[in-house]
Design a protein around this ligand. Structure first.
Ligand code: MN
Length: 415
């Protein structure tokens, strides 16, 4: 095991051990503080941030250059976040005092920072990799057919989403308007079935050239880090528009990501063997080992946890998703986002969307404040949380992915 993952490693910040951002995590994000509106790269430790620009200027970290630490993490992850994380780990380890040469030790409070999109997302792909989710949706929308489409266990199904509306956690989500099919045909107006999708996404690190593919054994070399994703979905718009070409405006109005990118290095101890696949995947997708991530997830709606599940139970793994996405020779850039698809476990309280939790709006979801929901109402706040268990109560946390629903721009009858 890499020394930076050692559960016994201690940080000279005494509160760090109890945090979801202990020294074994060290996720990367982009932040600003009052008076400086150019985002710069930082590493989260406990409730603090290591300001990588300040550390680089202080001369205790000779790489990467300052330009790699500005605006977004694309260049930094293409360079390699691993060596930077290992150096930050050294600097924070109990007994190391090198940061005393930097103003304020290069550390500031996370409460004083505003988080920004970690990457400039060139391309965004969303998959549909949970067998339970695909089965649930099939049962609801195609009750007379087999719930899984015939291709589902052969191809990691996905579609290209809209990169420009991927936004950092905390960005409000405006209820979209669109075409909704009613008894008298379609009308245009605010979505009445606004939903969430609990997902996990990865950002790519090393790019490929047009014509290149990514062999399954090398897929993890291109995965830079992992975030929580909420794929906000307008089910009424989606249901009417999606045939025959797939999701479009019912998805492209908002996708939220958590601000702290947990690196593949921090996650190294938490990969487990994925469940066997039947039928066996085609050879180009046959991974040995086929790695799934043991990542606990929960969805909170207005203060009530409505779903608890685990990412390791997904049918298609991240490596298979990326190898499949690159298998036709398309170019992969640093900072592309690949989201898993809704994470749904087998039990009804493990379903990762309101569509499934309310079973197509037929059952109410009870909240602790006495209210109930089928789909989202204006003002609702959804918070996704995730963490890997280190043992002894310690976690490699992913922080939160939050969004609050704003009313549609014009929810009157005039549109
Ligand atoms: Mn999705």
């Amino acid at each position: 095991m890499d020394a930076s993952n050692d559960p016994g490693l201690r940080c000279w910040l005494t509160a760090a051990a109890e945090s979801e951002f202990p020294i074994q995590n060290l996720p990367f994000g982009m932040f600003t503080t009052a008076g400086d509106d150019q985002p710069r790269a930082g590493v989260a430790i406990s409730d603090q941030i290591v300001d990588l620009v300040a550390v680089e200027r202080g001369g205790v970290m000779s790489f990467p250059t300052e330009t790699m630490l500005r605006d977004n993490l694309n260049e930094l992850f293409e360079f390699g976040a691993g060596p930077v994380r290992r150096r930050v780990s050294e600097l924070l380890t109990a007994g190391n005092n090198e940061l005393s040469r930097v103003d304020n030790r290069g550390i500031l409070s996370r409460a004083a920072a505003t988080m920004h999109m970690p990457f400039r997302v060139g391309d965004y792909v969303d998959f549909c990799s949970s067998e339970q989710h695909a089965t649930n949706v099939g049962r609801m929308f195609r009750p007379n057919d087999p719930p899984l489409m015939p291709n589902w266990k052969h191809i990691p199904i996905g579609y290209h989403g809209r990169a420009s509306t991927v936004a950092v956690s905390g960005t409000p989500v405006r209820r979209p308007a669109g075409q909704r099919l009613g008894a008298d045909g379609p009308t245009f107006g605010p979505s009445r079935r606004l939903d969430i999708e609990l997902e996990v996404g990865f950002f790519t690190s090393h790019p490929t050239q047009l014509g290149d593919t990514i062999p399954i054994a090398a897929a993890h070399d291109h995965i830079g880090g992992v975030v929580l994703v909420n794929d906000w979905s307008a089910r009424d718009l989606q249901a009417w528009e999606y045939r025959p070409l797939g999701p479009f405006l019912g998805k492209s109005f908002a996708t939220s990501v958590s601000p702290w990118v947990v690196t593949v290095d921090a996650l190294a101890p938490y990969w487990v063997e994925a469940a066997p696949q039947d039928p066996a995947p085609l050879p180009y997708l046959a991974a040995t080992p086929n790695r799934a991530l043991d990542l606990q997830l929960e969805v909170d709606l207005n203060g009530t946890v409505i779903c608890r599940t685990n990412f390791k139970d997904m049918y298609w793994t991240m490596g298979q998703q990326l190898t499949h996405a690159a298998s036709n020779g398309t170019a992969i850039r640093s900072g592309d986002l690949y989201a898993s698809g809704t994470v749904s476990g087998q039990q009804p309280d493990q379903f990762g969307s309101l569509l499934e939790l309310s079973w197509n709006g037929e059952r109410s979801i009870q909240l602790d404040n006495g209210e109930s929901r089928t789909f989202l109402e204006d003002g609702d706040t959804v918070t996704i949380r995730g963490w890997c268990e280190m043992g002894h109560g310690q976690r490699i946390g992913f922080g939160e992915c939050i969004g609050t629903v704003l009313p549609a721009k014009d929810d009157g009858g005039g549109i």
